[in-house]
Write a protein that binds this ligand. Structure first.
Ligand code: ADP
Ligand code: MG
Ligand code: ZN
Length: 481
């Protein structure tokens, strides 16, 4: 392992919160959307007004079950929503609805590679809960609370403390995000907070069985910072212990500029939340038929997809990784490969040309061309109509135009001219117009061949096949004396 902590070993367990992409919130009919004017998606339920009753969103349940199954978890057919009581301005009810003692799903796992080493991170549980609102500071001299996000459905994926380095934690998080995005339940946006991670970090002497006291690093909102924050915290704890001190169970934040973690609060005890089952929501009881239906509807997951791209289509592991970097990229590639027939050629072209101008935002993506255009363009190259180099020119011309590449080739007169009869006619005209050069060539100045080839290229706008031109000219000029 690249990270070396001397006599110490790091132990890391991640808690990931992922917003489910439902149309409406978890317990009311308000639209779940990001970026609208504050408090435009609220109702008595998500405002926590007295007497308002929650009704669980079936689509949220379906998505949570899909995610749990994709993570290899066992679905608990009976789960219960509890009230997690605490006071904060962004939580108008005074409690968060969250599955606690009886969660939706148990014991899954994630498999990934770190520096070529296969690694498995077990998942303790997946449970459903609702998000809080957002406090917005610096609105004039006041702060406001935006409750648009309050009550949007989340799943929390609690990992076992199986990770041993910052790189493993980052890779675990990436693979988890991939899975949720490929099954379409989460948009994977760390900056906007729809995919959030808390990292629990402790250290212990190598060989020690007992876990050390953990610190929880809160809300790290980029992949780069996950690894950095964990690394910095591990080193802080080791220094502390080495100096004869003791790690205190705390919640800490990370300051990327100073590369330091800082105390947010001493960790609250579970008892502080006074969890109890919500009396307004019946237990969530799922039958096997429903669970099986969700399982049957799961799309192919990213890692089997990568394996299929390598083993079934002949892509390199690297190319397969690029083609599965995003669900829409994978879809684009597969469609083009199916239409064209040679996945390796298609992957090369998608990688070198298409992805340069492709943009992904959340679960959607825009491409400069369609898969059908890519397939037709590569077919023109296969047939020898245009060269690989010309293909790039045609690609640039067709980007954003929706035009058929064959039309572009025709319009621009780009097709390779290899009709020997037509070229011979042109060559005769050329030689007739240049009797002096012809005579010079025939008396031994063979370097003039280059001049004639150049003139032929000029007359054909560069589209003549050099091989055919050479052959025709040599034949007409005859051997020099
Ligand atoms: P809480 O809600 O209090 O944070 P949870 O049980 O929900 O408690 O989460 C515990 C998380 O902390 C899990 O992801 C687990 O893997 C991790 N964890 C538990 N003990 C340790 C430890 N000693 N070192 C590192 N991570 C730990
Ligand atoms: Mg926690
Ligand atoms: Zn509402």
């Amino acid at each position: 392992m690249a990270t070396n902590f001397g006599a110490y070993e790091a132990v890391i367990g991640l808690e990931v919160h992922a917003q489910l992409l439902t149309r409406t919130k978890a317990f009311c009919g308000c639209t779940a959307s990001f970026g609208d004017p504050p408090n435009t998606h609220t109702c008595p339920v998500c405002l926590g007004l007295p007497g308002a009753l929650p009704v669980l969103n079936g689509e949220a349940v379906r998505m949570a079950v899909a995610a749990s199954l994709a993570l290899g978890c066992t679905i608990q057919q009976h789960s219960v929503f509890a009230r997690k009581n605490y006071f904060y301005p962004d939580l108008p009810k005074g409690y968060q609805l969250s599955q606690y003692e009886l969660p939706l799903a148990l014991s899954g796992f994630l498999e990934f590679d770190v520096e070529g080493e296969p690694k498995r991170g077990r998942i303790l549980r997946v449970h459903m809960e609702e998000d809080a609102g957002k406090n917005m500071h610096g609105q004039g001299n006041a702060s406001i609370v935006d409750l648009n996000r309050a009550g949007t459905p989340l799943i929390e994926i609690v990992g076992e403390p199986d990770l041993r380095s910052p790189a493993e934690a980052a890779e675990y998080m990436r693979r988890l995000r991939d899975i949720l995005m490929f099954i379409g339940v989460n948009d994977g946006n760390l900056e906007q907070g729809s995919f959030r991670c808390d990292a629990n970090v402790s250290v212990r002497k190598i060989g020690e069985e007992r876990l050390g006291t953990r610190v929880e690093l809160k809300n790290i909102n980029s992949f780069k910072f996950v690894a950095d924050a964990i690394e910095v915290e591990i080193r802080r704890q080791i220094t502390l212990v080495e100096g004869g001190g003791r790690v205190h169970q705390q919640t800490r934040g990370y300051n990327p500029e100073r590369r330091e973690t800082f105390l947010l609060r001493d960790k609250e005890d579970v008892a502080d939340y006074r969890y109890f089952p919500d009396p307004d929501l019946p237990p969530l009881d799922l039958d096997e038929v429903f669970i099986d239906a969700v399982r049957a509807a799961l799309p192919e997951l990213p890692s089997p997809k990568r394996r299929r791209f390598v083993e079934g289509m002949g892509l390199s592991a690297y190319a397969a990784g690029v083609m599965t970097a995003h669900p829409r990229i994978a879809g684009f590639f597969e469609e083009a490969a199916l239409l064209h027939g040679d996945p390796v050629k298609v992957a090369n072209f998608v990688q070198s040309e298409v992805l340069r101008d492709a943009r992904t935002t959340g679960l959607s993506a825009t491409f400069p061309v369609t898969p059908a255009q890519v397939a037709s363009l590569l077919r023109l190259v296969d047939e020898g109509t245009i060269s690989g180099k010309q293909a790039k020119e045609v690609f640039t011309a067709m980007a954003g135009s929706g035009q058929d590449p064959a039309d572009i080739v025709r319009e621009r007169g780009m097709a390779v001219l290899d009709d020997a009869v037509a070229l011979e006619g042109m060559a005769r005209e050329l030689l007739a117009a240049n009797p002096k050069q012809v005579e010079a060539y025939r008396s031994g100045k063979t370097a003039l061949l280059g001049y004639f080839v150049g003139q032929m290229m000029k007359r054909t706008g560069g589209s003549a096949s050099p091989a055919v031109v050479n052959e025709v000219l040599l034949r007409l000029l005859g051997s020099p004396t």
